[in-house]
Design a protein around this ligand. Sequence first.
Ligand code: ZN
Ligand code: ZN
Length: 411
Amino acid sequence: MKNHAPHLHHLSLGLALALVLAAPAPSRAQEADSESRTHHRLFVGDHAEGVVRAFDLETGAGAEAGMFRIDASPALSRSDSGRTVFAVQGDRGRVAAIASGLAFEDHGDHADLSVDAAKLLPTVIEGTTPAHLVEGSGRLALFDDGTGDVTLFREADLLAGPWRPRRVKTGPAHHGLAAPMGDHLVVSVPGADPSAPRAGLKVLDRDGVQVGGITPCPGVHGQAQSARTFAFGCRDGIVVATPGENGGAPTLTHIGTQALGEGNVSTLKGGTAMRFFLGNYGPRAVVVIEPGADRPFLKVDLPTRRVDFALDPAKARNAYILTEDGDLHVLDVLDGRIARSARITEPYSMDGHWRDARPRLAVAGDRIALTDPRAGLVRLVSTDTLEETGTIAVPGTPYTIVSVGGSGAAH
Ligand code: ZN
Ligand code: ZN
């Protein structure tokens, strides 16, 4: 890894820069006379049934904080603010939304954290086969694979009702995605016929009119945002979209990954306090991506195949990776080294169907929350020591998981 020294320097430099660029993170209370409150809430989707369960980590050992019945086993995601948890049920053509009950209110030098009951919202987003849901510039874009249409909405409107989303036609149906950037949308472009791989990405303006040409990104899949920049995975590299100046269209740049060898990026996570991305690279590696650097890619080989990975929003240089042997690894994204590993679960082979029940990770403060479907548990593991600090027994088969919450003032 010696030859990565310049990269390390650049990314460390980026840390100071990106702290300014990043959206304000929920911070500890600054006022001496106000009480500090820390609260983390987990939402766990069942693998077989249309059920989402919520658990509070601060009140007792994982007290159940709600059980929500929906139509089908959900893919869970959360909004950037953490106020909303989305349960995408692609096969049923529906997306349910749960108000998490946790909200941060910006008070300038600190944020207040309010804690209410989680509740299933009456609004259901209907479609044919909704899949990727992407947030950017204060809007959420849900791509419908069955129609090629995008449903655009603001979180506040969803939470308040009545429901008036915008629908944008982007072209033929395909497994696609749309990323809001300012008034523009970056949208995937299907291949010439349904059997051909997706071709690339295009930019639509606020009226849905295409701006410029198509940026090639064969097989485009996976996206993440970091410091207002988006990255998208392609079979031969990534495409980076940087915001345009003065409300102009974003600029799309393709960066090839051929030098990294066999594999490609198809899932991405974006750093919150630093501008970087972490992507998969084939089944047995991940890649730290720093757009604009001399060496934008730092590939990290893993001992066995990867099951899931997550970034730590607070400890910015930590990423957590679970591999199929049941080991959880702490990756230092600054130097690309596995800093620590510990056995957490029984092995979960990556052979078999991609949708088989395997663990998923979320980060809740100083704990990694990891579903263990076979054991019927959520395991809580210290981000510092990788020691298991507790478990939550979950009925059914716990599978997908998201975490909301943090620290704020209560006054
Ligand atoms: Zn306050
Ligand atoms: Zn997908």
